[in-house]
Design a protein around this ligand. Structure first.
Ligand SMILES: O=P(O)(O)OC[C@@H](O)[C@@H](O)c1c[nH]c2ccccc12
Length: 261
């Protein structure tokens, strides 16, 4: 079984159990349902380099990235450091994250928040909204085109935006691209964990202008971001390069300074 199938199986089990403990009605009662979501697309577009800075403690490809800092420390740092948006991994099994991390992030920033999760069911979209997310990630490799449309429609009804992630031309061709506010090209192959920025360069021209182009994973050098910007990308999803530093927010601030110099 490849990693994506394994993740999907774990998630389905997890969702079925969670629905028993926290039914949808409870989620709808969350005080955060009253909050007006912010536009991640607008926030990223307003900057020459819209950085989506990610909170990531560990990953399947790297056992420990940073376990020393609290979510609040990281997210406050990202906010002060000039991020355009913040991504919070909520998957526990593979990334050591949680929905509580999303809540804690919400409590300390006004920046748009992306719930970084393997979303398969409508329940998870409502869960994202109830815990303070402004946008959700939908991964084309995990979903049928009809599911993407349905989940994106639900996100829109709840006032959230959608970042649709693709990794190759086949996924771009089969996906309902009109459902997405932002289209992200993941430079990391989720089956092999190999990273190649050429993935983003080669797919840029195939992304419709209706969506904001985002490049994801393996980013760390200012020169690489300048080249990707020239290819049409306006959003840059970065985790490890900041998280592996003692002060991720300070690292982001220094990075943006070099980039904009
Ligand atoms: O830490 P990096 O290499 O900067 O990557 C961040 C982000 O792109 C990556 O965490 C990611 C992109 N798509 C995902 C889907 C699921 C889990 C994680 C991801």
């Amino acid at each position: 079984m490849n990693i994506l199938d394994r993740i999907a199986a774990t998630k389905r089990e997890e969702i079925a159990l969670k629905q028993l403990v926290v039914p949808e009605a409870r989620l709808r009662d969350s005080a955060l349902m009253q909050r007006e979501p912010a536009s991640m697309k607008a926030s990223l577009s307003a900057r020459s380099y819209g950085i989506i800075a990610e909170h990531k403690r560990r990953s399947p490809s790297r056992a420990v990235i940073n376990q020393a800092l609290t979510v609040q420390q990281v997210v406050r740092g990202y906010t002060a450091g000039g991020a355009g948006a913040v991504s919070v991994l909520t998957d526990g099994t593979y990334f050591g994250g949680s929905l509580e991390d999303l809540l804690l992030a919400r409590a300390v920033t006004d920046l748009p928040l992306l719930r970084k999760e393997f979303i398969l069911e409508p329940y998870q979209v409502l869960e994202a909204r109830a815990h303070g997310a402004d946008a959700i990630l939908l991964i084309a490799a995990l979903l049928e085109p009809g599911q993407i449309e349905a989940l994106a429609g639900q996100a829109r009804e709840l006032g959230m935006e959608v970042l649709l992630e693709v990794h190759d031309r086949e996924e771009l061709d089969k996906s309902p691209l009109g459902s997405a506010d932002m289209i992200g090209v993941n430079n990391r192959n989720l089956k092999t964990f190999e990273v190649d920025l050429a993935t983003s360069h080669s797919l840029a021209g195939l992304i419709p202008d209706t969506a904001l182009r985002i490049t994801e994973s393996g980013l760390g050098k200012p020169g690489e971001l300048r080249e990707l910007r020239d290819s049409g990308y306006r959003g840059f999803l970065m985790g490890e390069s900041f998280m592996k530093q003692d002060d991720p927010g300070k690292a982001l601030k220094a990075f943006l300074k070099t980039l904009e110099a």
